[in-house]
Design a protein around this ligand. Structure first.
Ligand SMILES: Nc1ncnc2c1ncn2[C@@H]1O[C@H](COP(=O)(O)OP(=O)(O)OP(=O)(O)O)[C@@H](O)[C@H]1O
Length: 265
């Protein structure tokens, strides 16, 4: 089941301080949308609005045609830190999520599913480990496995690899793409926050570049670089280099120098 996400004229302020202004984004079912922008431009806030954790001051967010009225099991979330319950083992974190999503199923089936999902991120041996016994990269693999385990049509990921070293980060990007590109994973619409241009181009089908004060869309880029993509092959891909240059220009341009219509499609 795929879900189209329509964000229309969205504006939001924290206690009178404008954070997002007139944001319009349409993601088709199965799109991988990266939200790219400088610190403080409202990327996390936009994700929290889609998650239903905040309410828009103006405009609307529709998922599969229905207006977002609060959090829901149709949206899996992965944050940079503290995504997992620290008092539950890796396996029990998945089992707990499966119980919430599919109440009434036998616990034995949830445990079996949890083991299979951990296996998909090569962590079958971590079922009985507490998050504190795992490395940061392993914890995020568990968090990703948990997000995919309940098979939500929409995944919201807020800099999930931001705290990891470059090599671990590259592996996690591969794990995420491998899951997303499976027949069931490819149906998922993903919103992924990052401030890393290379990460955005590696992962996304669409990159939305946001500017700050208040947060608004500076450009929308259709990433028409064929998959599978690897960091190595991208370095010599002229299309990648053109996209990268255009995004970097937009990110480092003073926001009052430009209009809101930077696009390269
Ligand atoms: N709970 C809050 N109360 C008040 N202001 C907030 C709150 N959360 C965020 N803000 C403000 O909203 C603005 C956008 O914050 P947000 O975290 O969405 O930005 P971001 O683009 O995700 O930043 P970063 O890349 O640094 O995580 C910032 O000015 C921030 O100070």
């Amino acid at each position: 089941m795929t879900k189209r996400v329509e964000i229309e004229n969205l504006s939001f302020a924290y206690r009178g301080n404008p954070v997002l202004r007139s944001v319009n984004i349409t993601a088709e079912g199965g799109d991988f949308v990266c939200l790219l922008g400088p610190s403080g431009c409202g990327k996390s806030t936009l994700l929290r609005l889609i998650a239903g954790l905040e309410r828009p001051d103006a405009g609307s967010i529709r998922i599969g045609g229905a207006a977002v009225a609060g959090p829901g099991l149709d949206r899996g979330v992965v944050f940079q830190d503290y995504s997992l319950f620290p008092w539950l083992t890796a396996g029990e974190n998945l089992v707990f999520a499966l119980e919430q999503a599919f109440p009434g199923r036998r616990r034995r089936d949830h445990v079996e599913d949890a083991r299979a999902q951990l296996g998909r991120v090569h962590l079958e041996g971590a079922f009985d480990k507490l998050p504190s016994q795992l490395s940061g990269g392993m914890r995020q693999r568990v968090a990703i496995a948990r997000a995919f385990a309940t098979d939500p049509p929409l995944l919201l990921m807020d800099e999930p690899f931001g705290a990891l070293d470059a090599v671990t980060r590259a592996h996690l990007q591969e794990h995420l793409l491998a899951l997303w590109q499976t027949p069931s994973g490819a149906a998922k619409t993903v919103f992924f926050v990052t401030h890393d241009v290379d990460e955005a181009i590696l992962l996304a089908s669409t990159v939305v570049v946001l500017g700050a004060n208040p947060g608004r869309i500076r450009g929308v880029f259709d990433i028409d670089v064929e998959r599978p993509r690897s960091r190595q092959s991208l370095q010599s891909n002229p299309r990648y280099l053109a996209l990268r240059a255009a995004m970097v220009d937009l990110l480092y341009e003073r926001s009052d120098d430009a209009g809101d219509a930077g696009t390269l499609q």
